[in-house]
Design a protein around this ligand. Structure first.
Ligand code: PEP
Length: 258
């Protein structure tokens, strides 16, 4: 049995007090029950120190939402992978579709970030996914393959084992329009087959492929029960304690049943 992984992406939300209260509420609610699922919270940069301090008392890990493609130097406003490592951050999201769209992040820059994160022993959570137009044109498999090949497949087998993939169809993010379990499973199976071709069956089995895009307390269980869905990257629903906890409960029971 493989544990499920649930990551809460808080994006650019919450005041300091709200972030503090949400971390504590989630930490308290998780005490003792999520034995078959792992939880990661991803607050904004300015709350990372608060979050990593509190994470020591609780049963979850912390992810940043981005890092610089540069190692250090004159890049005003940037945050390096080594700065995240110094804060005891464990994971970092890269290539989120909002960053691809608004901040021109490309597969090439994502590959650089992956390497810099690995250098600091951080685990990249690499997002991929197609737009609705690409899906309508039946290009979704080709697009996702290109994203993965160009951002991740330069890694050797060992380093590929230190990566998490999040399939997030752009049309499902923040829209309330979730991929059906069948649509998500089809793409996850395709991603796993690409990994198998490149790195072999064992690496493909062990790879974590999360689904993201309007996942909530109602639809999480059906998604997580799919054989190739190893958990979720959760945006809006991770900002409400009860909703997020219900999603973790769904992950926990899906892990037991799989
Ligand atoms: C996300 O931003 O990674 C995400 C999945 O958002 P939402 O759950 O709000 O669609």
């Amino acid at each position: 049995m493989k544990n499920k992984l649930v990551i809460g992406n808080w994006k650019m939300n919450l005041s300091f007090e709200e972030a503090n209260d949400l971390i504590i509420a989630i930490g308290d609610a998780l005490e003792g029950f999520h034995t078959n699922s792992e939880v990661v919270l991803s607050p904004s940069f300015v709350y990372l120190e608060l979050a990593t301090d509190l994470a020591e008392e609780y049963n979850f890990s912390i992810a940043a939402q981005n890092c610089s493609e540069y190692e250090n130097g004159a890049y005003t406003g940037e945050i390096s992978a080594s700065m995240l490592a110094a804060l005891k951050v464990n994971f970092c999201i890269v290539g989120h579709s909002e960053r691809r769209k608004y901040f021109h992040e490309t597969n090439e820059t994502i590959a650089k970030k992956v390497d810099l994160l690995h250098k600091q022993q951080l685990i990249p959570i690499v997002c991929c996914g197609e737009t609705m137009e690409e899906r309508k044109n039946n290009e979704h498999f080709k697009i996702v393959e290109q994203q993965l090949v160009e951002s991740l497949f330069h890694l050797n087998k060992e380093m590929f084992g230190h990566v998490i993939i999040a399939y997030e169809p752009v049309w499902a993010i923040g829209t309330g329009e979730t991929a059906t379990p069948e649509q998500a499973q089809e793409m996850h199976a395709f991603i796993r087959s690409l990994i198998e071709k490149k790195y072999g069956a064992e690496t493909a089995y062990n790879a974590y492929i999360l689904y993201g895009g309007s996942c909530n307390a109602k639809n999480a269980l059906n998604l997580f029960m799919q054989p190739d869905i190893d958990g979720g990257l959760i945006g809006g629903a991770s900002l409400k304690t009860s909703e997020f906890i219900a999603i973790i409960e769904a992950a926990d029971s899906a892990a037991k049943d799989n």
